[in-house]
Structures are given as C-alpha cells and as structure tokens.
Design a binder for this molecule. Structure first.
Ligand SMILES: [Zn+2]
Length: 407
C-alpha cells in the first residue's frame, strides 16, 4: 500500500522556488513513484482515506509544504546531551554499555521524529554507533539511516579520544583506518585540532599533521569512504582542506584566508552553529566559560558568514551530544544557517540535499523526485516564510513508512 500527498506546496531540494499544487505518489516499494501537478478530479478532498482503484492512502496536503527528510551530518547519538545529566565526553567512555545503547536508541528515535531521516555519526565511544546503525537497519530501534564512523581518529590524548581511538604518525593512522573499516565504519572522523568549546584553557590548537591527515584520506579513498575533519583554527582547517578531507567540521576560529583554501579544494563546511547558539545561553557554567563562549560566538559568526560569502558548500550538522544540543535540533541548525546569511531555501538545501551530496548518497535521498527513497516531511504553512515551523512537523515519512503524524 502506497500513499499520495495531494495539493501540496513542494520544496523539492533542487528548485530555487517552491512549486504550488503538487501531488506526490509514494509506491509500496518505499520510493517516490511520481511528482505531478495536482489532479483535483482524481484526488479530490472527498477522497481522503484509502482509494480502492489505486490502493493508495490519500494524505491531503493542501495548505502544507512537503520537503525532503533532513540529513544531520554531525551527530553523537550515544552521548546523553541533556543539561541535567551530561557531564562531558569522558562520561561516554565509562558509560555502561547497556545504558549507552539505550541512550543511542532514544536519541536516534528523537531525531527521526523531528524529521532527521539520514544522519552521519561523528564518533562514538567504543565505536558503538556501528551497533546502533545495525540495530536501526534491523528494525530493533527507530532512527534515521545512519552512517557510522566507529570511534573518531585522534592523536594520543587529543580532543575526543574518549569517543575515539588514538593513533600517532601516518603509519598508525593507516592501520587504524583499516581497522575501523574492518569493524564496520562507513566513513571516518578525524580530530585535527583541540575543541576551543570546552574550557577557556583550551585554545583550539592544531593536533594532527598534514601527513597524518593525508594518510587517513588516502586510505579512505582506497576503501571508497569519506573523511570528516574536526578543525577549529585556521591552520587545522587549511591542513584538512589540503589533506583532501570531504568536510570540515566547526571552523569556529577560521579566518577568511583559511576559508579561501577550503573553497579552492571544494571542501564542504559543516559549521555546527547550534553548538554556539545553545552555549551562548547555557545554564550552570562558570564565568570563564561564558566569556570564552562570547568570544567564540563572534569568531564563529565571522567564519560562517565568510564561508557563505565565498560560496562554500554548507551542510547542516547539529553536533548533538554536546551538552544541551539534542538530536531533534536540525531544524535549528537550518534556522541558524539562514541567520548567518544563507537564503531560507539554501538553508533547507544545506539540511537536505547538501548533506546527501556530502555523504555521496544524493542519487538516493535529499530531494523529492521520482525514484528517490520516500523520505518526506510535511509541515503546515510555508517554512520559507518562517523556518521555525520546521520544529513542528505534521508528518515524518522514512522510506515510504509514516513514522509520525500529528492530527
Ligand atoms: Zn562532534
């Protein structure tokens, strides 16, 4: 049994403006069968419900917009991000495995119900995102299609070692990359600098050499996998772009000349603006963190606005798992991208087709087109007029199955 959304406004992930009065048919194979101008005679409002002729369930979508399912390209689902319970990433390392599995399941479900139908993990302690991916694929757990990194690749004692695996020098990097692929990683996450986010004592210094970065990238290419690089200061951003990574994460401290190198190499940027957004007003931290955060917010805004003005391709990633950043905040990253200079339409594209391109799965997801997987969101009214509408979806469909529908 398939579905037909009737008389919708369509934001298809490709066009620069929405199409009005469109019918979208979803086949029982979980794929989009057709996208066509609204046929009022065939799909009148009175036909809502099962249609005997075509065996399709009619979903009246008049006054609503359809858009592709969200792609969140930076998630840490196995970390409990709630303000009350998150005590930093070291917790993830020592977390009881069963508890970590439940946290991952809860976060994956919360993300899916908020419209995230595809996600890319940015590292999990003990590579637990691999088991989470398999549990979602097996139907044990509700969640987005998840691309797993396994643990992040860090230098010994570098940022994120608690949710990663340590290696030093190109030789060890190659060996670790191979081991992660053997154990089921879909892509690789490297940590090329400190995280200036954490305390005022951490400046965001470079951690990986360009030779180490290249060692991972070369091996990843041999294995037909992509590489994402946590990089905050200009030097790490430049080394990551020159080293050939597919995306740079954060770039909180990068200046315009570093971003010019990013553009030159065609590297995607995932700014994770929601982190500084949430942390600009986070309760229960000391004055040093508040001051540090104010400084970071200024340089992060400058960095992202420069990237927008340079036309660097952006993808939306929340970095959920960071304290206070929960897995249902992709809509907020889209809103933030718009606040930093992208048009509302381009911000939605960054959260859909932009992420799909980065994951090299844009042939399957990221747009609403015949033949694509039916990952579809429905929202009342026009989200282009107010992106905050994306926080309140009327319907979430993943691979042709209705996950959630509000009355
Ligand atoms: Zn992260």
């Amino acid at each position: 049994m398939g579905f037909v959304f009737t008389d919708a406004r369509l934001i298809d992930g490709i066009a620069d403006s929405p199409r009005e009065h469109v019918d979208v048919v979803v086949g029982d194979d979980g794929r989009i069968a057709s996208v066509a101008p609204h046929d009022a005679r065939r799909w009148g409002a009175e036909r809502a419900g099962a249609d005997a002729t075509d065996d399709l369930t009619v979903i009246p979508a008049g006054g609503h917009s359809l858009l592709p399912g969200f792609v969140d390209v930076h998630v840490h689902y196995t970390i409990d991000a709630r303000l009350e319970t998150n005590n930093g990433i070291r917790d993830a390392l020592h977390q009881d495995p069963a508890v970590a599995a439940f946290i991952g399941a809860g976060n994956a479900r919360r993300a899916l119900h908020a419209g995230v139908t595809t996600a890319r993990s940015a590292g999990a302690a003990h590579s637990r995102d691999i088991a989470l991916r398999d549990a979602i694929n097996a139907g044990f757990v509700e969640g987005p299609h998840l691309s797993a990194a396994g643990g992040a690749i860090t230098i010994t004692g570098g940022h994120g070692w608690e949710f990663g695996h340590e290696a030093d020098g190109p030789h060890e990097m190659v060996k670790l990359t191979r081991a992660l692929a053997r154990d089921g990683a879909d892509h690789f996450k490297i940590v090329s600098s400190e995280a200036a986010q954490i305390t005022s004592a951490v400046a965001g210094a470079v951690e990986m050499t360009i030779d180490e970065i290249k060692a991972v990238v070369d091996e990843a290419q041999r294995l037909h996998r992509t590489v994402m690089s946590h990089a905050q200061p200009s030097a790490a951003v430049i080394a990551s772009a020159r080293g050939g990574v597919n995306s740079i994460e954060h770039a909180f401290l990068a200046d315009r000349s570093a971003l010019e190198v990013v553009r030159e190499h065609g590297t995607v940027l995932t700014p994770t603006l929601t982190v500084t957004d949430v942390w600009s007003n986070i309760p229960g931290v000391g004055q040093d963190i508040i001051d540090n955060q104010k400084r970071l917010s200024v340089s992060h805004r400058r960095s992202c606005e420069a990237a927008v003005s340079l036309g660097i391709p952006l993808a939306a990633g929340t970095d959920c798992g960071v304290r206070g950043v929960t897995s249902d905040m992709l809509w907020r990253e889209i809103w933030n991208l718009h606040d930093h200079g992208l048009s509302a339409m381009d911000a939605i594209k960054a959260g859909t087709i932009g992420g799909a391109r980065l994951l090299k799965i844009d042939g399957q997801v990221g747009t609403i087109q015949a033949g694509k997987r039916a990952d579809i969101l429905m929202v009342r009214g026009d989200p282009l007029a107010d992106l905050k509408r994306l926080s309140n979806l009327s319907l979430v469909m993943k691979a042709g199955a209705v996950v959630r529908r509000s009355a």
